[in-house]
Design a protein around this ligand. Sequence first.
Ligand code: LLP
Length: 437
Amino acid sequence: ISKHVVNEKGHLLLGGIDSIELAKIYGTPLFVYDLSLIRERARAFINTFKQENVQAQVAYASKAFSSVAMYQVMKQENLSLDVVSAGELYTAIKAGFPVDRIHFHGNNKSKEELLLAIEHKIGCIVVDNFYEIELLKKLAKEHDQKVNILLRVTPGVEAHTHDYITTGQQDSKFGFDLLNGQADRAFHEVFRDEHIQLLGLHCHIGSQIFETIGFKVAAEKLIKKMIEWYNEEGFQCTVLNLGGGFGIKYTEEDSPLEPSVYVKEMVVVVKDLVSKTNFAMPEIWIEPGRSLVGDAGTSLYTVGSEKEIPDIRTYLAVDGGMSDNIRPALYGALYDAVIANKIGEKNTENYTIAGKCCESGDKLIEQISLPKADAGDILAMFCTGAYGYAMASNYNRLSRPAVVFVENGNHQLAVRRETLEDIVHLDLPLTLEKEGQ
Ligand code: LLP
């Protein structure tokens, strides 16, 4: 509790603003992002590369949370952007994000998506497979353009929270296998093509990672491959992209490292290997998503009904649920929460926080100690900024929440709440006649 900032009323403050006031002004469920935390993280990543004297791009993996205003924050912080669909790309263009710093990912980009990327001359397409190589060569030629690409490779390194595994081959739908000749074949298909400019290699080894070893092993494998191509073909790759995956602290059990630690340790490996060759030091790119926006986000819910099952548990229901945060139901993800208007009161109760979807599995927190809750209290659930709103749905025809940005006592709406009209606005009335009429 001591870690939370509280005002004299015992209310949780977010970005210097009373969270209960925010709930009153904007309604609940509500996502609140404290921009100062996002800026702090972005600067930590960027400054570490500067200190290490390494050319770099830090690209926000916007699948974690994408909206026009969030892209504008990332632009202010001089980040690059990782997008994975026409929808994210279009949003970035609408936000006025510099196209030369947009990187386009995906294992099955459509022709229309590639065309959108080519037309807007975006910075880089991260090519995933042989089908895409053929398609992209054809489209680039038709548009008489030279397209920058990275080849996404699967390095045989898979990292999870506290451990990592290396395998000769990894069962992944993404990228060219580094170890069985696929990546070499892809390289030979692109590096001399007059409409393709190969920049280098990309990999992404996992998400919510607390150790640096996986990144170091992956960096080593990719650099060695680039040096091999340099020695064999005289081709100099200029970019090494090591993806995202840096962990954050959802609960007390989580022990992530500082952004600077992840960066420094990957840089050391690359510098060391490169220094023994004539190969020029490449730019290093990373793609953090969760670690930029995850703990900057807090979900506010209003408490409603309660159901006690003697000797088993007490369900405390809130006005959102798996429709605005599917991570507990989908991944068993753990979160911490407080009653935002009762900070400082003793935790006398044990609750299961239930959502309002018509599904027994719609539980946001399986077990949490809180003060005695009453209907109308505001529950603040922490660290919901990544893959929360981004994965929200209209299941049960619930409206998706509003998203508010706060910073130093100021607040603004970033995404408005869906209305009942929004809920039906794609629907068309029945026009087919009933049989026999
Ligand atoms: N780059 C690539 C190519 C990725 O696939 C991802 C995430 C990232 C970067 C960003 O990873 P981050 O820094 O956010 O860990 N929905 C899941 C997470 C899926 C991650 C997918 N790829 C969740 O809620 O935990």
